[in-house]
Design a binder for this molecule. Structure first.
Ligand code: SF4
Length: 372
């Protein structure tokens, strides 16, 4: 058997294993890196087709960032401010409700509410927002906070994480974003966000949320100079949580956006490392589809951070979701990305260009409308 046909046979074996559900070890996952990117993409695309068919979902949503004051000061973040900064802010409850109303009028069914770790904000602020949005906008799904915020809120109020979660759930919290994960390997975290929760603490919040009945997404930010093995460890870490709780709705990776951050990019370059490019993104999408196989169905392509053209290509490397219309957003804008939200029609057109069938979904990835 020549080299090409041996590779094809091995690709077929991987596809068949994944379709039946296969738990890759780290060593086996590392072997996947021996495939070239296009072969990895072909493997992932067939697995995507088996689990998700031809439909590509998207959500009509907005992101509201309620404060930019943050104690964590992550080196990769361009969004945070100190309390004394001239442009530091905390939105009032009324401002959040106005933004929610505006988004709902534009068709949003989901609000992602996220902010910095601000120790001046009382617990009542968070609870009032959850209840007010629940009561005034019952058609808008409340996708509020992140693991890092929940852990911080618990600490700041001398409460157990599960108590905060139960209170928020009873107030009407339905799910939260998987932000704060970055790379779930502590050696990497210490370099880029030394004051943020550890990988183990992130896991603690997420598993407790899932056990409380609150779903979350699973995220990954890459491109800090971490190794490919670190990336694989991250994927396996998420896969193991999902096997335990089945509480992730989707996996959402995006690349580190270096502008206006404290991370010393020239340091990275002097070590012979590069900022992540399009090939890194497609490789991560493909690896995630292969490693998550039956464990986690939805893999999101992010037009906001990677650009709509690369996001379209990601749909051929294992992704089955095209993110959201994102009426408003502040965090990546502060990292220098020019941004304007998309209409539903633009989302439908971008997906149709790939030959797939667009479908609007809700926060839990249930299809609401198919656009044939
Ligand atoms: S990434 Fe989040 S936790 Fe870190 S500094 Fe920025 S706002 Fe704060």
């Amino acid at each position: 058997m020549n080299e090409k046909s041996a590779e094809a046979k091995s690709a077929e074996e991987i596809i068949s294993k994944c379709i039946n559900g296969y738990k890759f070890s780290l060593e086996e996952a590392k072997e996947l890196l021996n495939f070239d990117l296009s072969t990895l993409g072909l493997i992932a695309d067939q697995i995507r087709n088996k689990f998700c068919g031809n439909t590509v979902t998207f959500v009509c949503d907005t992101t509201i960032n309620y404060t930019n004051i943050c104690a964590s000061k992550c080196k990769f973040c361009a969004f945070y401010r100190s309390k004394s900064a001239g442009d530091a802010y905390v939105l009032t409850i009324d401002e959040i409700l106005q933004k929610t109303e505006k988004a709902e009028n534009l068709g949003a069914t989901q609000v992602l509410l996220q902010g910095g770790l601000n120790n001046d904000i009382p617990l009542s602020y968070y609870e009032t927002i959850i209840k007010a949005v629940r009561d005034k906008f019952p058609g808008v799904q409340r996708h509020f906070f992140s693991a890092a915020e929940i852990y911080f809120i618990a600490e700041n109020n001398n409460m157990a994480v599960e108590d905060v979660m139960e209170r928020f759930r009873d107030d009407g919290l339905q799910s939260f974003g998987g932000g704060g994960a970055e790379i779930l390997v502590d050696d990497v975290r210490k370099k880029i966000s030394p004051y943020k929760i550890s990988a183990g603490q992130w896991r603690e919040v997420i598993t407790k949320a899932h056990k409380t009945g609150i779903k979350t997404s699973a995220t990954m930010v890459y491109g800090f100079g971490e190794s490919k093995e670190d990336r694989l460890r991250h994927l396996l870490f998420l896969r193991d949580i999902q096997e335990e709780t089945d509480g992730f709705t989707a996996f959402i990776p995006w690349s580190f956006q270096p502008q206006n951050t404290a991370l010393n990019v020239s340091d990275l370059l002097s070590q012979g490392k590069f900022l992540a490019g399009g090939c890194d993104y497609l490789e991560i999408i493909a690896l995630s589809r292969i490693i998550f196989n039956k464990f986690l169905r939805n893999i999101q392509a992010s037009w906001l951070t990677e650009g709509e053209k690369l996001a379209q290509i990601a749909l051929f490397y294992g992704a089955n979701d095209f993110s959201g219309t994102i009426i408003e957003e502040n965090v990546v804008q502060d990292a220098g990305i020019k941004f304007s939200g998309k209409t539903r029609e633009e989302m439908v057109n971008l997906i149709k260009q790939t030959g797939r069938i667009p479908a609007q979904r809700n926060t839990f990835y249930n299809v609401m409308k198919i656009y044939l």
